[in-house]
Design a protein. Sequence first.
Length: 72
Amino acid sequence: MNLETTPIGPVTTGGAHLNLTAARVGSLRVGAIEMRDVDVVVGDFLDLLSQVAGAKLDGIVGYNFSAKTTKS
């Protein structure tokens, strides 16, 4: 997937320096839940997190998704 990204700058977390960008996806579906026009952060950190977690991670669902799906 090609995303149109906007740089949001470097951050340091867990001693690692990461360059992050922001983007918006048209839709994001997790199971039966779908949201439209979701803001996402794109970075080169999933390989490192996958190694630490011991499993391949394709992405991380953040608060902006989970908070909106739990409202009643």
